[in-house]
Design a protein around this ligand. Structure first.
Ligand SMILES: Cc1cc2nc3c(=O)[nH]c(=O)nc-3n(C[C@H](O)[C@H](O)[C@H](O)COP(=O)(O)O)c2cc1C
Length: 155
């Protein structure tokens, strides 16, 4: 299966989980690549005004993993805008990866996954599942490993 992992990661957390997932999927024999949603200019903190750079091209993939952070108890507006902008996700299996600072999913992570799911379904994608990685607190490495395993199992 050709799988594209596409992340928006401002401070590197989501990117680091995506890199581990990339490795796990590759070891499992999948044809996987990692790409990023980039911006045309600089973006500070939770700026809601930004311009997307060239969009990662998804047409060559059978499946797509989308990764982004929680911002203000919601999906990062950069990922939301990217998903609103892309033409289609028809015939693609989708998995969602969300990272958040706070230790509980109800502090934005679960909502961000729901938002991602809705946006993907609106573009015709079939969402297989989603994982939230909570960054704060002991045991981060184990939480990352568990999320990577669960996401990899979806394909
Ligand atoms: C502007 C801003 C708003 C944030 N709001 C939340 C929030 O509401 N809940 C939460 O758990 N974490 C929040 N965070 C923390 C990020 O979700 C967390 O650090 C995430 O792992 C960052 O991912 P990244 O390094 O891939 O950008 C926020 C971070 C920023 C910069």
């Amino acid at each position: 299966m050709r799988i594209g992992i596409v992340v928006y990661s401002q401070t590197g957390n989501t990117r680091s989980v995506a890199a581990k997932l990339n490795e796990a999927l590759s070891k499992a024999g999948q044809q996987v690549s990692l790409d990023e949603v980039k911006l045309a200019g600089e973006r500070k903190g939770g700026d809601r005004t930004f311009t997307l750079g060239p969009l990662p091209e998804l047409s060559r993939y059978d499946a797509v993993v989308l990764g982004a952070a929680v911002e203000a108890f919601s999906l990062s507006p950069v990922m939301a805008t990217y998903l609103e902008t892309i033409p289609t996700l028809e015939k693609k299996d989708i998995a969602c990866l969300v990272t958040q600072g706070f230790p509980y999913g109800w502090m934005g992570g679960n909502r961000a996954v729901r938002q991602m799911r809705r946006l993907c379904e609106a573009k015709g994608g079939k969402v297989l599942g989603g994982e939230v990685v909570n960054w704060m607190g002991a045991g981060l490495e184990e939480r990352i490993a568990r999320a990577v395993e669960k996401l990899a199992e979806l394909f």
